[in-house]
Design a protein around this ligand. Structure first.
Ligand code: NAD
Length: 457
């Protein structure tokens, strides 16, 4: 497999989504009837093949998305491999419930069966990583799938198609449809024979998907955006907190739904934190994606870069201070790359909680830092946005860490760390950050139907 320099991919029409549904329908009984062990073996073979192509896939992911090759090599592709290995293993360990009612001579138990054809829709920020996070549990549970990668980043999904066949995934079990959201995505979401949709992406798209699927009462899992707070108490270990918070703010150009974008720092350490944070941010090198010393590559598109910049302009107009980055420091790039969609990681302060920069998801390398006084106050302010995806809490007081974690309206809370994932446990957001959870048990429950059987003896 060679990684493409220039890529052209098909843009499908509604008719071709229909053909995918037919293929998925035909393949479903055979795949659903295979034992979990047989399906698991296929997933393991696919994981091995992806791993053998790790370098080509990492290069392609970087070219397509703008992230550094180093990140694609260390995170995106290894995690895609792990997604298949993880669900290949976890599918072997589910058990069902059973209970007895001796006084009426009954035994009750539950059985789970695959739902049918699963519609899977993923975004552009972690292309193969998020697509495989859906495909793996869906097919492990015996469903057939129609998966739609983002039209902005379809290359690695295209490359994986060849590996699916090689791994022995039967025809029709995984159907990848390429194309735009309004055309291909909507055809999938509104198709009456696709009873379940797993979607990761933005809130406006989720609203549209909810509307289109409502007449069919589809099962929905929605993984959406965030406006994630970091809460830094005065007893935090700044040696660890500062570099981790730089990473949590700017990794993948800030284009991760879990990235920190509001940093609340307790007053006593506010200036010390700011000084260290800005200095560490200035060390976070923006470079061409193939540069091994670069921490950040290019943003996904011109439109997105302009959107991110517009938030900084808005903050400036509101009287906020830009401490480093956009409009303050100079970005140095090789001459051939100066027209690219690069920007410096940017830190904003002196900004009000009501500002749009503090309320809306920017999804770029921009973070706001503000002071707070008390635990009670910071919890209220952290919870004051419509999102509830991820939060980080920094403190050496274990009692406080537990207390604050419990009160935060957030599906995930990392304390004294960031982005350490245990795939067995639920992943997902509260409030406008989504509906449903993903993970070993949660994905299995989502991708299966449960039935209670009562036997009278
Ligand atoms: P997006 O909503 O624009 O697109 C996501 C996918 O939906 C794409 O494949 C797109 O083609 C498709 N789509 C668009 N319109 C559609 C429609 N009308 N019907 C069906 N499908 C449609 O999102 P994006 O810009 O690609 O991704 C960024 C967003 O994703 C951010 O909000 C980010 O926070 C979120 N995200 C969330 C998670 C999470 O796990 N919670 C992870 C990554 C990204």
């Amino acid at each position: 497999m060679s990684e493409p320099d220039e890529a052209s991919l098909p843009v499908l029409q509604v008719m071709e989504v229909e053909a995918a549904v037919e293929a998925a329908r035909a393949a479903f009984p055979g795949w659903a009837n295979r034992s979990p062990q047989e399906r698991s073996q296929v997933l393991h073979r696919l994981a091995d093949l992806l791993e053998q192509s790790l370098e080509e896939l990492a290069q392609a992911e970087s070219k397509d998305q703008g992230k550094t090759v180093a990140l694609a090599r260390a995170m995106d592709i290894p995690r895609s491999v792990q997604n298949f290995r993880f669900f290949a293993s976890s599918i072997l360990h589910h058990t069902s419930e059973c209970t007895q009612m001796d006084h009426v001579g009954c035994l009750h138990y539950t059985v789970r069966t695959p739902v049918g054809i699963a519609g899977l829709i993923s975004p552009w920020n972690l292309p193969l990583y998020l697509l495989t996070w859906k495909i793996a549990p869906a097919i492990a549970a015996g469903n057939t799938v129609i998966a739609k990668p983002s039209e902005l980043t379809s290359v690695t999904a295209w490359m994986m198609c060849k590996l699916l066949e090689k791994a022995g995934v039967p025809p029709g079990v995984v159907n990848i449809v390429f194309g735009t959201g309004p055309r291909v995505g909507e055809a999938l979401v509104s198709h009456p024979e696709v009873p379940l949709i797993s979607f990761t992406g933005s809130q406006p798209t989720a609203e549209r998907i909810t509307q289109l699927s409502a007449p069919h009462f589809k099962k929905l899992c929605l993984e959406l955006g965030g406006k994630n707070p970091a809460i830094i108490f005065e007893d935090a270990n700044l040696e660890e907190c500062v570099p981790t918070t730089v990473r949590s703010s700017f990794a993948n150009q800030g284009e991760i739904c879990l990235c920190t974008s509001r940093i609340f720092v307790q007053k006593r350490i506010y200036s010390e934190f700011l000084k260290r944070f800005v200095a560490a941010t200035r060390m976070w090198k923006v470079g061409i994606p193939s540069d091994p010393s670069a921490s950040m590559g290019a943003l996904i598109s011109k439109t997105h870069l302009e959107k991110v910049r517009s938030y900084i302009e808005r903050a400036r107009a509101e009287g906020a201070r830009i401490l480093c980055g956009e409009g303050v420091d100079t970005l140095s790039l090789p001459p051939g790359n100066r027209g690219g969609y690069f920007m410096l990681p940017t830190v904003i302060t002196d900004i009000k909680d009501e500002s749009r920069c503090m309320k809306e998801e920017i999804f770029g390398p921009v973070t706001c830092v503000v002071p707070f006084e008390s635990e009670e106050e910071v919890i209220e302010r952290a919870n004051s946005v419509k999102y509830g995806l991820a939060a980080t809490v920094w403190s050496s007081n274990v009692g406080r860490v537990h207390r604050v974690a419990k009160k935060l309206q957030s599906g995930l809370v990392w304390t004294n760390c960031w982005l350490i994932r245990e795939l067995n446990l639920p992943f997902g957001g509260m409030k406008s950050s989504g509906i449903g959870r993903e993970g070993a048990k949660d994905s299995y429950n989502f991708f299966t139907e449960i039935k209670t059987v009562t036997v009278k003896h």
